[in-house]
Design a protein around this ligand. Structure first.
Ligand code: ADP
Ligand code: TRP
Length: 319
């Protein structure tokens, strides 16, 4: 199967991104053909500072490599280095009904949050469809919020194929129910735009600060506590094995510890989990040439992979 996914370099990467998408891509690279890219064109819809976008694009690439994305196994590039995607975006626009884009909840959510309601934000799903369809992707691992975008890519591909024959592969999204929506420190979906994240690569102090802000009920220390609906527990669950989880449940029920203890425990768990990744990150930060080479060679591979299909598409539409 051909797996493809992308991430926008529009802010710090948090554990929701990690469990919702990045880890799935890293896990799939051993058993599947795997493609991953940094969606910097998409990030232009929300980032207006060129220097900052450049820096965040680089950082996102380094973060991906640090958590185990292996460029020998996964073709890995920056979206804007494969320009064909923009050409396909225009071609696909002609197969995208306005009614389809009008249904987009991401557009509604983002404009409601104050992001400028312009054309690129509105047509964002068409560019995402181009990302997916250019390479013949079969499976797109994403978090729940991106399902609608993959469904739109399917609709657009079907419309194109109805006109020109079975040229485009119809993709499917892949959701892992356990981590479909990682909760933020306030219990709502963790998101860069909600200011409720636990970041993957913050300092230990920052991590502690974020963990301490996790919202809980006010059960006093000496009373047994419910763990099922507790935000600390829900986040801990992502990192712990069964035995460790059972131990934590016992601690919740014991009435000997307060939420403050569980928050500090969670901080240690997260800090240790990402420790090996931090080391790798240090390496890539200090070796920019290595990163440049990986991305350049990834872009070449991606272009080659797209070549045949893209020529056929252009031929069909008469360009
Ligand atoms: P954000 O909401 O923080 O801006 P993005 O939209 O950049 O995150 O998402 C990047 C990827 O991470 C997408 O595949 C998205 O579905 C996934 N993702 C983001 N937040 C979460 C979350 N809280 N739980 C699960 N997956 C998530
Ligand atoms: N829209 C996705 C997000 O915000 C990023 C993205 C762009 C993407 N193109 C893609 C994800 C293609 C999967 C496939 O997370």
């Amino acid at each position: 199967m051909l797996y493809l996914s992308g991430i926008q370099p529009s802010g710090k990467i948090h554990i929701g991104n990690y469990f919702g998408m990045i880890k799935k891509m890293v896990d799939s690279q051993n058993d599947h053909q795997s493609l991953a890219f940094i969606a910097n064109y998409h990030a232009m819809t929300s980032v207006r500072d060129g220097a900052k976008l450049k820096e965040m694009t680089r950082e996102a690439a380094i973060n991906f490599l640090s958590v185990g994305l292996d460029p020998e196994k996964t073709t890995f590039w920056v979206q804007s280095d494969v320009k064909e995607v923009l050409e396909l975006y225009w071609i696909l626009s002609g197969f995208t009904p306005m009614g389809l884009l009008n249904q987009g909840h991401s557009y509604k959510d983002k404009t409601a949050k104050g992001i400028a309601a312009n054309h690129s934000l509105f047509s964002y799903p068409v560019l995402m469809a181009a990302d997916i369809l250019l390479f013949g992707s079969e499976v797109v691992p994403v978090g729940k919020d991106q399902i609608q975008h993959v469904e739109m890519a399917r609709d657009i591909a079907i419309k194109f194929n109805n006109e020109y024959g079975e040229i485009l592969t119809i993709p499917e999204y892949k959701i892992d129910e356990d981590v479909a929506t990682v909760p933020g420190i306030d219990g709502a979906k963790m998101s860069k735009s909600y200011n409720n994240t636990i970041d993957m690569f913050g300092t230990e102090k920052e991590l502690e600060k974020q963990c301490k802000k996790i919202v809980t009920d006010s059960t006093p220390m000496e009373e047994p506590k419910e763990y099922e609906n507790c935000n600390i527990y829900k986040i801990s669950k992502l990192f712990l094995n069964e035995d460790e989880l059972k131990d934590l449940q016992v601690r919740y029920k014991s009435g000997k510890e307060g939420y403050g203890h569980f928050k500090l425990y969670l901080k240690d768990v997260i800090w240790n989990y990402f420790a090996p990744f931090r080391e790798k990150r240090e390496y890539y930060m200090n070796n920019p040439k290595v990163v440049n080479e990986i991305l350049a060679s990834g872009a070449d591979k991606a272009r080659n992979l797209a070549n045949e299909r893209f020529s056929l598409i252009k031929e069909k539409v008469g360009i």
